[in-house]
Design a protein around this ligand. Structure first.
Ligand code: SAH
Length: 369
């Protein structure tokens, strides 16, 4: 039981947390390893079936603990193979999780919050407002459910090869739940993904980037969208608090250790806003100072937006300028458009949303260590 007298959901605990849990109930910490393997290698959610635990321990666990997954409410399959799930939680909120198959890999895009408080002007999730943070169980539960729904392996090949925290929400504003979830993605007793295959994407929360670097080894993606402060502030209001120069310094520091390769910068191309050749040239100058890759994303429209996608020619010209400038730049293919599963189109079901007042947003950001 936890302090509120409810059963402990074992999906809320990474290996460190599970070891502490077993110690707290006078059991051997190594039980954590057995339980993790049952949950993540054998997809077992019934403690009674964990046969190497001994009957007494299984009975004890079934009284005080549970393995409680969120629920798949809807599944949509795109004609291009992309799958989108609406995943629901207690109390009626839901988020979206997307699987994007490509010839040599399969990427799972996971959500970290119901809605988002950052209010980026070109993002459908932002337009929803913010309801609440997801728990670790609700984050790792998305991976568990997707792996199960897809059939975790096919012909000895894993269907999911990469996980990106690029769904709904700002993961660094839900640090304490996101980190244990990513630790379960990385842990060999969990899903066992290599560091370069688990990516956290942030709108640019500078203190969170430093904290992440100290806490866990994962790849970093940063939603940049403009090399110019006033344009970036219009798109990502968080830029007012953490302007480009500070953000770039945080990125340089993130990759300053050898094992932390490079930062991926996301750049959504919006017609007439950030797609001018001049912007491309400024971007080259800016990104030359950081080991990086650039991911250009054609803007995906959603109901109510005033923005439009840049033309094919503009996108090609932009890519050419940055590549001539020496950057590694790819244009992200839009996937799952027919099921509204593309970047920035995820809306889920956001109940009890908080009023998006500046006051609340700033408070949240300021209380983030
Ligand atoms: N809050 C985090 C995680 C979301 S990742 C972050 O901002 O990085 C989702 C990515 O899709 C971000 O790079 C975001 O800027 C981008 N995006 C949002 N709305 C979009 C849209 N309408 N079209 C294309 N990309 C969009």
């Amino acid at each position: 039981m936890n302090s509120a007298g409810a059963r402990v959901n074992l999906l809320d605990l990474d290996e460190v947390g599970l070891r502490a849990f077993f110690e707290s109930i006078d059991e051997k910490p190594f039980r954590a390893q057995q339980v993790l393997k049952w949950i993540y290698h054998h997809a077992q959610t019934d403690v009674a079936a964990m046969t190497d635990l001994g009957i007494a321990l299984r009975e004890k666990l079934s009284l005080i603990a549970e393995i409680k997954l969120p629920e798949i409410i809807q599944e949509h399959r795109s004609s291009d193979g992309t799958v989108k799930w609406l995943i629901g939680f207690k109390g009626g909120n839901a988020v979206e999780t997307v699987y994007i198959p490509e010839p040599k890999r399969g990427t799972l895009c996971v959500s970290s919050q119901v809605g988002c408080a950052l209010n980026c002007s070109f993002c459908a999730t932002g337009a929803q407002g913010f309801a609440r943070n997801l728990t670790t169980a609700e984050i790792i539960g998305q991976v568990w459910l997707a792996a199960k729904a897809l059939g975790h392996e096919r012909n000895g090949q894993r269907r999911i090869t990469n996980i990106v925290m690029m769904g709904m929400g700002e993961p660094l504003l839900n640090f304490d739940a996101v980190v244990p979830a990513m630790s379960l993605m990385r842990n060999d007793l969990g899903f066992g993904f290599a560091a370069k295959r688990v990516t956290l994407s942030t709108a640019g929360l500078v203190p969170g980037i430093y904290r992440l670097r100290e806490t866990i080894d994962v790849a970093l993606a940063v939603s940049l969208h403009s090399p110019v402060d006033d344009v970036r502030t219009e798109l990502v209001p968080l830029n007012r608090k953490y302007p480009i120069a500070e953000l770039m310094q945080a990125c340089r520091d993130y990759v300053s250790e050898k094992h932390k390769r490079s930062v991926t910068f996301e750049y959504t191309l919006i017609d007439g806003v950030n797609d001018h050749p001049q912007h491309a040239r400024k971007l080259v100058k800016l990104l030359r100072t950081v080991p990086s890759k650039l991911n250009l994303i054609p803007f995906n429209p959603f109901p109510g937006t005033q923005y439009r996608c840049s033309s094919q020619d503009r996108i090609a010209e932009f890519q050419e300028i940055v590549m001539r400038g020496g950057l590694i730049a790819t244009v992200r293919k839009t996937r799952g458009e027919d099921i509204n599963a593309a970047c920035g189109q995820l809306v889920g079901k956001v109940k009890d949303r908080t009023k998006r007042s500046e006051r609340i947003k700033l408070k949240m950001i300021e209380t983030t260590p």
